[in-house]
Design a protein around this ligand. Structure first.
Ligand code: FES
Ligand code: FES
Length: 162
């Protein structure tokens, strides 16, 4: 008889909503978000901690959700890209990426926006070096990054005015 592995009960707040679920210990956080929570704005680009498409916030810090097990998020507050919008209004970071053409295919964009969120929460007026450092874990294959930098600087201005 193959040995069975017990599911584990976890409680997580996802975008402000409490979720209690039994999950397999091997379930990745990104699978939990996409498959159990139906939050498909968190993307999978590599599954090897390289691309950053899976970036979410855990207790306000950007983490790569393909590199964590869901059980490691037990007791934490997770924010995905879907959690940035409030009452039908885009978050200033989302608005800035749109207004500054900071995306093309958009596959990397949720992760970039959440890395931006963490940086701007700590440093509302970053210089280019600080921006490069903050998004070093987020790969974009389309934009060449120049409009991403513009979007992030605009997001900082938006948030100061917000
Ligand atoms: S899918 Fe997680 S880093 Fe690429
Ligand atoms: S906009 Fe296509 S990967 Fe960044």
């Amino acid at each position: 008889m193959p040995e069975t592995i017990e599911n584990v009960a976890i409680k997580v707040s996802v975008n402000g909503k409490p979720r209690s679920l039994n999950v397999e210990p091997r379930m990745l956080l990104v699978e939990f978000l996409r498959e159990d929570c139906d939050l498909t704005g968190t993307h999978v680009g590599c599954d090897t901690t390289y691309c950053g498409a899976c970036t979410v916030l855990m207790n306000g810090l950007a983490v790569k959700s393909c590199t964590m097990f869901a059980v490691q998020a037990d007791g934490s507050e997770i924010t995905t890209v879907e959690g940035l919008e409030k009452d039908g209004q885009l978050h200033p970071i989302q608005k800035a990426f749109g207004d500054s053409y900071g995306l093309q295919c958009g596959y990397c964009t949720p992760g970039l926006m959440l890395s931006t969120y963490q940086m701007l929460s700590e440093n509302p007026d970053p210089d280019e070096k600080e921006i490069r450092h903050a998004i070093a874990g987020n790969t974009c294959r389309c934009t060449g990054y120049m409009n991403v930098f513009k979007a992030i600087r605009q997001a900082g201005r938006n948030m100061k005015g917000a």
